[in-house]
Write a protein that binds this ligand. Structure first.
Ligand code: SAM
Ligand code: SF4
Length: 344
């Protein structure tokens, strides 16, 4: 491939390539910072949400996503907060699906807590969404309420049923929580695999002040993996998606198990992703305080030149990697943003 064909898109626009040669092809967009749950590792009970006026409109979110797609993004994930609580969010999904039809976008997906999924599953499928991630840390209704502060497990189960009935592939994401769900991981995995769903375990990341100490929650996945390996046969899979997850096949269940280990494994070399918040702030690394405002250039002109210039400046500053530390002495987060603001 020549230098030009590697960096130029068929449209003549430049691909987004950072100073370390990583091509940006994956965008995660937080469409709201609000949520109908309050998972204790993610939010404090009395979270203050952004004034609605600060949020990008759905039309602005569409324009922003479309600009990134024009610059080479092939995979788009909507997240939050809880994406399905944003009013009229399906109109955004519907309008973004035009990029699937043209082939500009390869995948449109979302991460959800599942609580509203029963209502939206069929429409998501109809918009060309093929697979979704549902976050679920326990199958015990009492623990579920404890973790989410007031969530109803039945609703999430109904959401998963509806998604599968609509033909969406579902992956379950579970945060590994010391003393809370650590003993339940084998049964969660057997349940997920029994329903044809992969399970990905996530280490708690020190993001945002949640009014509690992080060290109390942190459970290294290396420990969980070793425990699972004593019960099951785990075979490494090398389907590297450029993401932070490492997958194994579990012989006994036939299912896939993933590990996202930001605290113990450095996955930055192959990082192909950036994130935008619901206010139009671009974060090029989950583990850094770096932030670039895209709302201003977006609103300054109906044409995208200023926006592209701001995107290029930000990509030019994408850090090489992150270094999360759970600061035990001061018990403070290493990144001050909440995951619900950045978009997990
Ligand atoms: N509300 C949706 C949900 O829960 O799936 C989407 C947003 S949520 C912030 C995305 C993912 O981030 C969830 O799987 C959640 O468990 C995870 N998450 C939130 N806070 C986290 C933290 N501090 N460390 C690790 N994962 C976290
Ligand atoms: Fe809401 Fe998702 Fe955060 Fe839980 S993890 S509080 S569901 S945004």
């Amino acid at each position: 491939m020549t230098e030009t064909s590697a960096t130029l898109l068929p449209s003549g626009l430049q691909r987004m390539i950072d100073p370390f040669g990583r091509t940006i092809s994956y965008l995660r967009v937080s469409v709201t910072d609000r949520c109908d749950l309050r998972c204790f590792y993610c939010m404090s009970e009395d979270m203050t949400f952004l004034p609605k006026a600060d949020l990008l409109t759905l039309e602005e979110l569409d324009r922003l996503c479309s600009a990134f797609i024009a610059r080479g993004v092939r995979k788009l994930r909507l997240t939050g907060g809880e994406p399905l609580v944003r009013r009229n969010v399906m109109s955004l999904v519907r309008s973004l699906s035009r990029h699937l039809e043209t082939g500009a976008l390869n995948e449109l997906t979302l991460t959800t807590n599942g609580s509203q999924l029963a209502r939206f599953a069929a429409e998501l499928k109809d918009c060309g969404v093929r697979r979704i991630n549902v976050s679920l840390d326990t199958l015990d209704p009492t623990k579920f309420r404890e973790i989410t502060r007031w969530g109803d497990l039945q609703k999430v189960m109904a959401g998963i049923d509806a998604a599968q009935a609509a033909g969406l592939a579902v992956k379950i994401n579970a945060v590994a929580l010391k003393n809370l769900n650590e003993d339940e991981i084998p049964s969660l995995m057997e349940w997920a695999h029994g329903r044809g769903m992969a399970l990905t375990l996530i280490e708690v990341m020190p993001m945002g002040d949640i009014g509690l100490g992080r060290a109390d929650q942190y459970l290294p996945l290396s420990l969980l993996r070793a425990r699972l390996a004593s019960q099951y046969t785990l075979t490494d899979l090398d389907d590297d998606t450029g993401g932070p997850a490492r997958y194994v096949r579990v012989s006994e269940t036939g299912g896939k198990l993933g590990f996202i280990t930001p605290m113990t494994h450095n996955f930055c070399e192959s990082c192909n992703r950036v994130r935008i918040t619901c206010t139009g702030t671009l974060h090029t690394c989950l583990g850094h305080e770096d932030a670039s405002d895209l709302r201003k250039p977006l609103r300054a002109s109906p044409n995208d030149d200023l926006l592209y210039a701001a995107i290029d400046r930000a990509i030019g500053l994408k850090p090489k990697g992150h270094d999360f530390i759970i600061d035990r002495r001061h018990n403070r987060p290493s990144v001050n943003r909440h995951m619900s603001v950045t978009g997990g």
